[in-house]
Design a protein around this ligand. Structure first.
Ligand code: G3P
Ligand code: CA
Length: 329
């Protein structure tokens, strides 16, 4: 009989707690990051957006209607606004229109309460954390757990925030400098979807940089500069060699590695992991999570959340491709 395939080396693959342990606690709260570290994550992942008075806070979006209780605060009703951010019209409340002190009066809550009902137990308990608070937590947990917890901040919408006078880069560099983390070999990786943002950070940061790669569209700064290249152009062998001139890692959508057809079935791996490795880049795809809607049909055993165990099969399918890490909820 045929020999069994060797088991993937799961110890080698680094786990990035995506928005913390966001499958178990409301995303981007200190409780979510702390649980990720205690569950064994190698890195915690804060997305960063600015406040009106120049602080950086951890939110996936600058629009906070869905992840805080801001709508329940009558004193902020007049702050509701409609804005176009990276080509998408959004209505709600935006971090750049609040001081840090004002944001601290809000409470973070679960973004998808219908899906993650267990997380709603924790709604209303947590503040919106600053980047500095995430770094302080990282330091405390590293001491307590006896291993270094890494941090993987992502700059969100950097072109947009630069245009409105709230550039993200200075705050990221200052915070890492102040904590002695802006060093080659520090367990810090800074991520962005925008090429220009990473090239600017490369001038100021000695830590590893991650070029995030969506499975459709193009970097926002390319769109605004009239550069016709898309994310698909970035993952050709030539595109990957170019990325290696300013970044150390690619963070592709899972489907860049394991694409699916219209019926959501896998169509087989691409050459991207091998080509990235040949260019000297590590590969850390996003995002492995249990919710059925985010898993290819081949890994969905059931619509019953109790049966979401096939997510482990999906981890292994990615590990089999030789990825160096995974972002997971
Ligand atoms: O940073 C990897 C991944 O987080 C990118 O997707 O939208 O969850 O920030 P997003
Ligand atoms: Ca992110």
């Amino acid at each position: 009989s045929a020999a069994a395939a060797p088991a993937p080396d799961t110890e080698r693959v680094e786990v990035f707690g995506h928005r913390g342990a966001s499958g178990y606690r409301p995303e981007h709260t200190l409780a979510s990051y702390e649980l990720a570290a205690r569950m064994g994550a190698d890195y915690i992942e804060p997305d960063l957006v600015p406040t009106k008075d120049g602080a950086l806070v951890a939110r996936h979006e600058n629009e906070i209607g869905g992840t805080t209780d801001v709508a329940e605060h009558p004193e902020f009703a007049s702050r509701k606004a409609t804005k176009v951010i990276d080509g998408t019209e959004m209505t709600g409340w935006f971090t750049e229109d609040f001081t840090l002190a004002e944001l601290k009066t809000l409470r973070a809550k679960e973004r998808i309460p219908d899906v993650r009902q267990h997380n709603t137990v924790y709604d209303g308990l947590f503040e919106v954390p600053t980047f500095q608070e995430v770094l302080d937590l990282r330091e405390r947990l590293s001491k307590e757990l006896g291993r270094e917890i890494g941090v993987a901040p992502e700059t969100k919408h950097p072109s947009y925030f630069r245009k409105i006078g709230h550039p993200l880069e200075p705050g990221v560099v200052e915070a890492l400098d102040a904590d002695g983390l802006n060093e080659r070999g520090a367990k810090v990786v800074v991520q962005s979807f925008e090429v220009g943002n990473l090239k600017e950070l490369r001038e100021q940061l000695r830590v590893e940089l991650v070029q995030l790669i969506s499975n459709s569209g193009a970097p926002q700064d390319f769109i605004e500069a009239g550069d016709p290249r898309t994310y698909a152009d970035l993952v050709t062998p030539e595109g990957l060699k170019e990325i290696a001139t300013y970044a150390d890692v690619i963070g592709p959508d899972n489907q860049v590695i394991l694409p699916v057809d219209e019926s959501d079935h896998l169509t087989g791996p691409t050459a991207v992991v091998a080509d990235a490795h040949a260019a000297g880049l590590k590969v850390v795809p996003y995002t492995v999570r249990a919710e059925n809607t985010f898993l290819p049909a081949d890994f969905r055993s059931s619509q019953d959340p109790a049966q979401w165990g096939d997510v482990l099969g999906y981890f292994h399918a990615l590990y089999d491709q030789g990825v160096d890490g995974v972002f997971s909820d």
